[in-house]
Design a protein around this ligand. Sequence first.
Ligand code: CA
Length: 381
Amino acid sequence: MLRKTLLATCCAAALISAPAFAAAPKELKSEQGILEVTTIAQGLEHPWALAFLPDQKGMLVTERPGHLRVVSKDGKLSEPISGVPQVWAKGQGGLLDVALSPDFKQDRMVYLSYAEDGGEGGKAGTAVGRGRLSDDLKTLKDFNVIFRQEPKLSVSNHFGSRLVFDRDGYLFITLGENNDRPTAQDLDKLQGKVVRIFPDGKVPDDNPFVGQSGVRPEIWSYGLRNPQGAALNPWTGTLWENEHGPRGGDEVNIIERGKNYGWPLATHGINYSMQPIPEAKGKTAEGTVAPHHVWEKSPGVTGMAFYDADRFTPWQHNAFIGALVSQELIRLQFDGDKVVHEERLLGELNQRIRDVRQGPDGYLYVLTDEENGSLYRLGLK
Ligand SMILES: [Ca+2]
């Protein structure tokens, strides 16, 4: 019965998406000219992340309830890929990020981050695993977990998480503090951290806290709240992260080895109850790194992409960040690393923007966090 429903949903989605792709793009005004928004696919259930496959094979898209699908270049949705782990799909939990191995053409490895059930006690934590994608793109084989947050503390939110490989092939994972604020400062826990591991899960000897007692050796940096966006800066090779503040104080940080990014000791935000964050000493705190860029009013920042393609010259050396609460795509303009200008795009759509990536064709691709979520292609006319 369930399978029947799934198939019906899948086929309905495929039918919806085909004519939509043929429709003329929406034209929206932007500072850099007419922004063309083409609907590539619809019928994705709370899509969270996408990763482009090589050789024009389309892309992998995660749906938070637990499905991984292939979306073909012309917008057809596959049935769910088999072999994906069971996820804890409650609140902000579920299937989250997807990344291909830097050697994907040789090893076919696909990495997934997701919320994992902690068993008794009803709590969950972030886990990361990998499996080998079959040539027919239908199965993830031999999936195995390479990292898990322990202890598991989340009852519904702040899992993070993004997966980023750097130029040397290390895997960085951004992790939420499971809505348990003080843990972001506890070095014996994996909440509110960026960790750095080898692709097989082993811990590199040169991580900053290796060999210290009572400290998790995976930790690369700490003091993060709920980092749902991260990308490797293509011009510097450094890891950039963004995170949700509480009420106010969303941040962009440039992540450096061993550094403390302040949460919950330093924040520009307050509690949703309008009360101050109990642990906060102010907007800054000694020994912590101030945000590289901060929003006093929270847009609800999430997936992030730097633009380094040739196709649209005005976008070069810009970054784009999805915003859930303000329902926009944020464009950041830089002088070096410094943010010098910001523009809000896609507000006309009134949809929560979950992820943005640069395609191999130089267009931007955007996912909306909706029950009937969409995949849009963005270009300049
Ligand atoms: Ca911070």
